[in-house]
Design a protein around this ligand. Structure first.
Ligand SMILES: NC(=O)c1ccc[n+]([C@@H]2O[C@H](COP(=O)([O-])OP(=O)(O)OC[C@H]3O[C@@H](n4cnc5c(N)ncnc54)[C@H](OP(=O)(O)O)[C@@H]3O)[C@@H](O)[C@H]2O)c1
Length: 436
């Protein structure tokens, strides 16, 4: 194999050769950024990044940059940047690159959330880094902050708005008072939402990011299947109006928290769902497509990282940071190779204790309220407040519970569905913060 690191001419600077897999939104922005900023990056870091080769699926597509094909077989390439997305062939290519002792940088959240364990094992075996700052939070330096800046921290909870599309939709429902469907259509027309918005609105994208964040925050092996997930498609403007009256904002949150004490056996809960958050909470002020992650730790207290969570250019900015870290890992025998390793027990959603906002549409008949309240009581869910809103021959009952266990609330909803006076169970939103 050719030497993996050579000295740039006339200086002590380091030259690294990179191969980029994928030249879509992110890949093209990364290539442009490196071309534009090459000298400034070198002046600041002493590292010259040379783009040796790129790989794409369709060589005939028109592009702003043209570069020669053939990447993984080139022994002179030090770092592979995987920007293809999806599971295959991305997984196989990353494994091949690590086996060939190349450092790897990826922005592929789906890949890490599904195959992180396998890939990080391969990274450890090869002694080569697998870096992924661009996979969550776009330009926001979350991974480095959690892994390095907060390495001495006992993190209690990481709570974030990590999907710009859903935050845009909820912000528009909250501020412009438009329906979910209208806000989604607006997001699609502005290019913030895909034509098929499932991955965003049903919380899959946020769940993959939650798995990654939880993994770094708790130094743990956490996969997508460990994350409880709900999306925003059942949220109605009336739910948001109600939240406002109580002094809350509705946000889709990715939450990773340590559930038991701080002793040896770590138990972690990881979930994505809409939540009511006090308006004064810093995350409530995060509007539109912006992302933010709020960290609570034993020593650092509370801190928040905020910025552009997606888009080619912001993500490319994060990738350059990883490239510089990967460059300094060359020859260091895996200093940067294994970020999360510990097995942790996952606390199931059934064990969550929270207050709940629940709406129930019922037939407007005498005695209905008593039978509904009985079902809550049967499952030990205590009602803090109830409001009734008339809807012609139906009525909507809006409940806020006292602190309750998720399993008991779900059993209550099952019991309510079985009542013939119940037409529909609407929003179920967990309330974050001190008891109302
Ligand atoms: N877009 C964002 O805002 C954003 C933000 C953070 C992270 N990410 C992540 O970054 C990654 C890339 O996203 P993107 O938006 O740039 O995707 P994209 O626009 O769809 O680009 C994908 C690129 O991969 C190439 N490709 C597909 N299959 C290939 C194969 N078998 N071999 C070689 N190249 C192949 C495509 O080639 P052709 O050009 O020939 O089709 C295209 O250039 C994803 O993992 C995504 O989750 C994206």
């Amino acid at each position: 194999m050719a030497p993996s690191k050579v000295r740039a001419e006339q200086s002590e600077d380091t030259q690294v050769r990179i191969g980029v897999l994928g030249m879509g939104n992110v890949g093209a922005a990364l290539v442009e950024l490196i071309y534009r900023q090459h000298d400034a990056i070198a002046a600041r870091s002493g590292i010259h990044i040379d783009i040796a080769k790129v790989a794409v699926r369709d060589l005939d597509k028109a592009r702003s940059q043209t570069l020669p094909p053939g990447v993984l077989t080139d022994d002179s390439i030090d770092i592979i940047v995987e920007l293809i997305g999806g599971l295959e062939p991305a997984r196989s290519l990353v494994l091949q690159a690590l086996a060939a002792r190349k450092q790897v940088v990826t922005a592929n959240k789906e890949l890490l959330a599904n195959f992180g364990s396998e890939l990080f094992d391969a990274s450890v075996r090869s002694g080569c880094a697998l870096l992924f700052e661009g996979s969550v939070g776009g330009a926001i330096p979350l991974v480095r902050a959690l892994r390095i800046s907060l390495a001495g921290e006992q993190i209690r909870r990481v709570m974030g708005i990590v999907n710009g599309t859903t935050n845009y939709i909820l912000s528009q429902m909250s501020e412009a008072k438009i329906s979910y469907a209208a806000a989604l259509a607006e997001a699609q027309s502005l290019g913030y939402a895909e034509r098929d918005p499932t991955a965003d609105v049903e919380g899959f994208d946020a769940a993959a990011k939650a798995a990654i964040l939880a993994g770094i925050a708790f130094n743990a092996d956490i996969a997508l299947c460990d994350v409880y997930r709900e999306g925003i498609d059942a949220i109605d403007v009336s739910d948001i109006d109600f939240a406002h009256r109580l002094g809350y904002e509705v946000k889709l949150l990715a939450i990773a928290e340590r559930v038991d004490g701080l002793e040896s056996k770590t138990k972690v809960a990881v979930r994505v769902h809409p939540a009511m958050l006090p308006v004064e909470h810093p995350l409530s002020a995060v509007k539109g497509v912006f992302n933010a992650v709020f960290v609570e730790g034993e020593s650092c207290g509370e801190l928040m990282l905020y910025g552009r969570g997606a888009g080619g250019e912001p993500t490319a900015s994060a990738l350059v940071g990883d490239l510089l870290d990967a460059a300094s890992n060359i020859g260091s025998n895996g200093r940067d190779a294994h970020p999360f390793r510990v097995h942790v027990e996952i606390d199931p959603i059934d064990n969550l204790r929270a207050q709940y906002y629940v709406t129930v549409d019922v037939l407007d008949r005498p005695g209905v309220l008593a039978s509904v309240a009985t079902v809550f009581g049967m499952h030990g869910v205590s009602i803090r407040s109830m409001e009734q809103v008339g809807l012609s021959d139906e009525a909507r009952l809006v409940f806020i519970t006292h602190m309750a266990r998720e399993a008991d609330v779900q059993a209550t909803l099952d019991g309510l569905r079985a009542l013939d006076v119940v037409e529909h169970i609407g929003g179920l939103i967990r309330v974050i913060g001190p008891e109302l």
